[in-house]
Each structure stands twice: as structure tokens, then as C-alpha cells.
Design a protein around this ligand. Structure first.
Ligand SMILES: [Zn+2]
Length: 117
């Protein structure tokens, strides 16, 4: 399976990149934030270590940031893994797979353009 879980982005960076503001004590493993699934302002809990998330109000939940990407982005597993830069074929990161940083994403698009000719 070309999915490499170790390449998943840091949960805090991932959720903050999605516009979520994580609230709670600095030492707390679980932070409170907005639930984008039902629009609740403070019902989502996210685990900053594992990336697990659960909404205390509407019940949406997942075990990691990949599950969030699938649910929030409406993606298939493979597409979500590629979007997070965690899909690896033949032991090499595919040049067309958008990585987590905007810099790599730009490179990927450029590569696609050159392939289309
Ligand atoms: Zn919710």
C-alpha cells in the first residue's frame, strides 16, 4: 500500500491551515475548535498528537487528519492521501502529488502543465 502514515502533516498545522482556531490550555492534548460539519463554534475536539477529532454536538468524528480531509474535502481515501502528500508509489513521492506546503503545490501544478504540453 503506497500510503505512508508517517508523512501525515502535524495535526495542529493541518487544522490551523483549515482555518480552525484551536483553543485550550497549552498542555492539553485535546483542543476545542469550530465544527465545520454542522457549524458549531466550539463543539469540535481535536487531539493535537494523533489528529483525532470528534464533534460533541453533531457526532462527526475521525481518527486522524486524513479522516478529516476525506470528510471535510469530500475526497476518496487515495485523493485525500495525495492531497496530504502521504501517497507514495514505488518508494518515491510522486511529483504530481501536492505536498503540504504551497511551494511544493506550485511545483506540482507546473509539472502537470508541462506534461499536458
Ligand atoms: Zn458538529
Amino acid at each position: 500500500m503506497p500510503f505512508d502514515r508517517t508523512l501525515l502533516p502535524d495535526p495542529v498545522s493541518y487544522f490551523e491551515n483549515h482555518g480552525l482556531i484551536l483553543k485550550g490550555p497549552r498542555s492539553a492534548n485535546w483542543k476545542t475548535t469550530t465544527c465545520n460539519f454542522h457549524g458549531g463554534s466550539d463543539s469540535m475536539r481535536v487531539n493535537v498528537t494523533s489528529g483525532a477529532w470528534v464533534c460533541m454536538s453533531c457526532g462527526e468524528k475521525g481518527g486522524d487528519v486524513l479522516a478529516y480531509e476525506i470528510k471535510d474535502g469530500g475526497r476518496e481515501f487515495v485523493d485525500a492521501a495525495k492531497a496530504l502528500g502521504c501517497w507514495v508509489d514505488d518508494g518515491l513521492r510522486q511529483p504530481w502529488a501536492p505536498a503540504c506546503s504551497p511551494h511544493h503545490r506550485t511545483d506540482g501544478q507546473r509539472w502537470q502543465h508541462s506534461m499536458r504540453g
